[in-house]
Each structure stands twice: as C-alpha cells, then as structure tokens.
Design a protein around this ligand. Structure first.
Ligand SMILES: [Zn+2]
Length: 49
C-alpha cells in the first residue's frame, strides 16, 4: 500500500495521475519512462480525483 502511494503524482489542483504500463500493468513514476519490468514505452495515464 505504501509503495503504491509513493508512485502517485500529486498535482497542484488536487488530482492524482497514475501511469501504468499497458503491457504488464506495472506502475511508473512518469508517463515518459520506459517500463522497468518489460522495457516498453506503451504507458497509460489515469487521472484520479
Ligand atoms: Zn511493463
């Protein structure tokens, strides 16, 4: 649970953006990152309010 929270990006408007690998489902810190688990750049971004 704590590890999941640390990967979330808290924006100034109060929303949270989560970046997740479309291939393996790993959570990334940035949409610009390459997935460390499967080395793909196909990353999905979700905004949570
Ligand atoms: Zn992946």
């Amino acid at each position: 649970m704590i590890d999941t929270v640390k990967t979330l990006l808290f924006r100034s408007d109060g929303s949270v953006v989560v970046h997740e690998c479309r291939r393996c489902g790993a959570t990334l810190e940035s949409a610009d990152d390459v997935c460390p688990a499967c080395d793909t750049e196909d990353v999905a971004s979700f905004e949570i309010r």
